[in-house]
Design a protein around this ligand. Structure first.
Ligand code: SF4
Ligand code: SF4
Length: 346
C-alpha cells in the first residue's frame, strides 16, 4: 500500500453491509474472512454498529491484521472524539490506517488540512503511535488528485470498477507517482455488478490496487476468494460480457462526484441516485430516517429543469433516474409503514 509499506491481502473487507445483519452473523462473516486470509479490514465511524462488531470479531486476532477506519470529522474537537470512539469500539490500542472520510471538494480538503484542524489531531495521534498511517477517501476526481499531490496522505480510497473505470487513466498513475496506496471502493459498483468474476478479474490486473467489496454473507466472500485463486486472465466470453455490461450499465452508474450540483431545489442528487444500492446495503431503519429519507423526500420536488444533466460529465439521465428512485422509495416506504415499523421517523 504505497508509502505505508503495509502488505495486505489482495482483497480487503468492506464493512458497510454488516450493519444490516444480526451481531452474531456480522461477527461470523468477519471471522470467516480472517480464516480465508483477508488481512485488510475497512470500516468507518459513520457505519453505526460496524466498528463495534469488527472489534468483537477480531478480539484476540489482531496480529497481522491491517485495520482501517475513517471519520467525517471536520473540526479538531470532533476528530478527537471520533478517534477515541473508534479505538474503543474496535477494542484496539492503535489503528493502522486512519482516513478522512468523504472529502469531496477543495473547500473540505482545506478544512481537513488546516494547521489547527482535524489533520493536526491525526498527525499528533500518529506521532503517539495510536495511528500508524493517514489516508483519505473521496468521490471527486479533482479533489482526489489534489489530495494526492499534497503529499499529506499515504493512501487514497476511490470508487473503481470496470464501469467507473476512469481512475485507471490518471488517478492511479498519479497515486503511483506519489507512492500513495490505492484502495478501490465499490468494486461491484455498489451492488450493481452481479458478475463477481468479471468485476474482480478486471481489478486484479492492477497489482497495487486493493478492492474492498462490502461483504454481508459468508458465501459472498467465498465466491470472491475463488476468483482470487485464479486464473485472473479474462476469457474471451468474459471480455464480451464485460463489454455488454459496460454498455448496459455504463449510462446508469452515478460516480457520486457531485459535479451536477448545485441543484436549485437543493436535492442531494448523488444520494438519491445511489439509493438503490443503499437499499441493498443498509438496514431499513437507516433508509427511512436521516439523510437518505430526507434526500428522497426532497427529490419529489424535482422540477425537471435539467440543469444537473448539463453538468454531469457522465451524461446520466438524472431526471429520469431521480423519478425512478423516488417511485421506488415511496413503494418501499408504504411497505415498511405497512409493517408498522416506521413510527414517527418520517
Ligand atoms: S432537474 Fe431536478 S435535480 Fe436536476 S437540477 Fe433541476 S431540480 Fe435539481
Ligand atoms: S449524477 Fe453525474 S455529476 Fe451528479 S454525482 Fe452522479 S455522476 Fe456525478
Amino acid at each position: 500500500m504505497g508509502k505505508t509499506e503495509m502488505i495486505v491481502s489482495k482483497l480487503g473487507f468492506g464493512s458497510i453491509p454488516i450493519q444490516r445483519v444480526s451481531e452474531d452473523k456480522a461477527v461470523a462473516v468477519v471471522r470467516r474472512c480472517l480464516e480465508l486470509g483477508i488481512s485488510f479490514i475497512d470500516t468507518a465511524n459513520a457505519y453505526t454498529t460496524s466498528e463495534e462488531r469488527i472489534g468483537k470479531a477480531i478480539s484476540g486476532r489482531r496480529d497481522g491484521l491491517v485495520l482501517a477506519t475513517k471519520s467525517t470529522a471536520r473540526t479538531r474537537e470532533e476528530m478527537e472524539r471520533h478517534l477515541k470512539l473508534s479505538l474503543k469500539r474496535l477494542g484496539v490500542e492503535f489503528i493502522d490506517l486512519y482516513q478522512f472520510h468523504g472529502v469531496n471538494d477543495f473547500k473540505t480538503l482545506d478544512v481537513v488540512l488546516d494547521p489547527n484542524g482535524p489533520m493536526a489531531v491525526v498527525e499528533q495521534a500518529k506521532r503517539a503511535g495510536v495511528v500508524k498511517h493517514i489516508g483519505i477517501t473521496s468521490h471527486s476526481m479533482d479533489t482526489a488528485k489534489e489530495a494526492i499531490k499534497s503529499d499529506r496522505f499515504e493512501t487514497i480510497m476511490f470508487s473503481f470498477n470496470f464501469i467507473a473505470c476512469e481512475p485507471a487513466d490518471e488517478l492511479l498513475p498519479l497515486a503511483r507517482e506519489h507512492d500513495v496506496g490505492f484502495i478501490a471502493m465499490k468494486p461491484l459498483a455498489g451492488g450493481m455488478l452481479d458478475n463477481v468474476t468479471i468485476a474482480f478479474k478486471y481489478l486484479f490486473q492492477f497489482p497495487d490496487v486493493v478492492p474492498i467489496p462490502g461483504i454481508e454473507k459468508i458465501p459472498e466472500i467465498e465466491e470472491s476468494i475463488q476468483v482470487l485463486k485464479g486464473p485472473w486472465q479474462m476469457t474471451e466470453a468474459e471480455k464480451g460480457e464485460m463489454k455488454r455490461l459496460r454498455k448496459e450499465l455504463g449510462t446508469q452508474f452515478c460516480r457520486r462526484c457531485d459535479y451536477c450540483q448545485p441543484c436549485p431545489e437543493e436535492i442531494s442528487i448523488s444520494i438519491v441516485m445511489f439509493s438503490s444500492s443503499l437499499f441493498k446495503r443498509l438496514p431499513p431503519e437507516r433508509i427511512f430516517s436521516g439523510m437518505v429519507a430526507e434526500a428522497l423526500e426532497k427529490a419529489a420536488n424535482c422540477t425537471e429543469c435539467g440543469e444537473c444533466e448539463e453538468r454531469c460529465p457522465y451524461h446520466l439521465p438524472i431526471r429520469e433516474m431521480i423519478s425512478e428512485q423516488v417511485k421506488r422509495y415511496q413503494e418501499e416506504k408504504r411497505k415498511y409503514q405497512g409493517q408498522g415499523a416506521l413510527g414517527n421517523h418520517v
